[in-house]
Design a binder for this molecule. Structure first.
Ligand code: GLN
Length: 467
């Protein structure tokens, strides 16, 4: 077995026994990067010198690939956007500080949809990423580089971010475990903002145990992010001991099963997952989340609204690209933005500005916020009756590069992940099988209540054993 194939737990055990050092693992990951990256394109950049220096200084640490919107001091942080080409981070994000303190080092920066807007990584302004299970297909998105790196054994584990599904859907497409923590569980300080009321950083890993170990390292209170409560972070990995499906109440919501456009193989794999849980002792409970059908519309008002405000800072003055064609300060803003942002980002900024404009604010933004509350209440009511919801993660397996041309069809990829993001609860994607015809991986989603990551991970682990 090569060292790059290891997961976090195995790496930590080998490091503890002195079988190898962090430098050995990092060298192995770098060799693998040279072998595979030209084809898969998981990484945008890999500062080998910095990674090896960190590895030598921290011989017992585990290297982790980092999505290119998380700031690591001295590293580029482009968010896969031309507008940030050449930008170098002056400081570490809190997740990076936390990770380092817990025995991890950042190593390599992975591709994504520009500013995390997308579901296939095709919106990256800086390169193509391919699905390691079928190079003609997308890895999902927006954390597609993270998923391809984990699924293609090009890293030990990776950090992703999830605003409406960007950890879970690519995890499903690339056979990884992904966890979207509850809103506020992980600090967003130093993570380039897309939609601030939704964004969360989370682990993408080769096993539930690895995801638990990494989540523990990331999570916790941060003075720099007022949404992070002071509650202690449980030892997620330790609480996996004895995880089982016995007596677990699994909620099945019809809104997630009778869905037009769901791939029959995804349906088969999800139905089988439900039966496996039942056979392992789970109790199936029917629940209903009646406002689910409005979630897409609500998300595509709230997320672009927040994005239009957050992305106002990229104006050619302080960061990254500055237009050469500018004649005055106004054309400096407009030309730098017109040249720097890609088409999907522009679409979101325009939509967001529109829904926030005076005269439309109440009709769109204000109303969407009210419906968001109804969606949140659906989850509260469902969790009175069950411990976790089991749903498909994405309506289809990985699609072909270039297959989805229409933005609306692309948006539908997040049908099953967006409602829980709006509700701020936690959710995971766990590998559940492969399609019969195309042999592509498919994950299922588990959703638990806010700050119930311990329970979520136990249930995910129990599923991993029977799935
Ligand atoms: N695919 C969704 C979007 O394009 C979600 C992205 C995300 O979670 N960052 O907005």
């Amino acid at each position: 077995m090569e060292l790059y194939e290891l997961g976090i737990k195995q790496a930590q055990e080998g490091l503890a026994k002195g079988e190898f050092t962090c430098e050995d693992i990092t060298k192995s990951v770098i060799a693998r990067y040279h072998e595979r990256n030209a084809e898969i394109g998981a990484y945008l950049t890999f500062d080998e010198e910095q990674a090896l220096a960190l590895a030598r200084a921290n011989p017992k640490a585990v290297p982790i690939a980092v999505k290119d919107l998380i700031n690591v001091a001295g590293q580029p942080c482009t968010c896969a956007s031309k507008i940030l080409k050449g930008y170098v981070s002056p400081y570490d994000a809190t997740v990076i500080k936390n990770m380092k303190a817990a025995g991890f080092i950042p190593a390599g920066r992975v591709n994504m949809d520009e500013f995390a807007m997308g579901s296939s990584t095709e919106n990256s302004g800086l390169g193509v990423t391919r699905n390691p299970y079928d190079l003609s297909r997308v890895p999902g998105g927006s954390s597609g580089g993270s998923a391809a790196a984990v699924g293609g054994n090009m890293c030990i584990a990776a950090l992703g971010t999830d605003t409406g599904g960007s950890i879970r859907q690519p995890a499903s497409f690339c056979n990884c475990v992904g966890v979207k923590p509850s809103y506020g569980r992980v600090s967003r300080y130093g993570v380039t903002a897309f939609a601030s009321s939704l964004d969360q950083v989370g682990p993408m890993a080769k096993s539930v145990e690895d995801a638990a170990i990494l989540l523990k390292a990331l999570a916790g209170h941060d003075e720099m992010d007022g949404t992070t409560p002071k509650d202690p972070v449980p030892d997620y990995a330790a609480s996996l001991a004895g995880a089982s499906m016995k007596g677990v109440r699994i909620g099945i919501a019809k809104e997630y099963f009778d869905v037009k456009g769901m791939d029959p193989e995804v349906k088969r794999i999800t139905d089988e997952a439900v039966r496996k849980c039942e056979a392992a002792g789970a109790e199936l409970v029917e629940v209903s989340l009646p406002h689910t059908e409005y979630a897409m519309a609500v998300y595509y008002i709230i997320a672009p609204a927040e994005a239009s405000a957050n992305l106002a800072r990229f104006d050619g003055v302080r960061y990254g690209h500055r237009s050469d064609a500018a004649k005055d300060v106004f054309s400096l803003y407009t030309k730098s933005r017109a040249e720097g942002f890609g088409p999907e980002v522009k679409r979101r900024i325009i939509m967001g500005t529109y829904v926030l404009s005076s005269g439309y604010y109440d009709a769109y933004y204000g109303r969407a916020q009210k419906v968001r509350t109804l969606i949140k209440r659906d989850f509260d009511a469902a969790f009175e009756k069950c411990d976790a919801l089991l749903t498909p993660c994405a309506p289809t397996p990985a699609f072909r590069i270039g297959e989805l041309q229409d933005p609306l069809t692309m948006y539908l990829n997040d049908l099953f992940t967006i409602p829980s993001s709006l509700a701020g609860v936690c959710a995971s994607s766990v590998p559940a099988g492969f399609t019969n015809d195309t042999k592509l991986p498919v994950g299922v989603q588990f959703i638990c209540g806010g700050f119930e990551e311990e329970k979520l991970l136990r249930i995910s682990r129990a599923f991993e054993e029977i799935g």
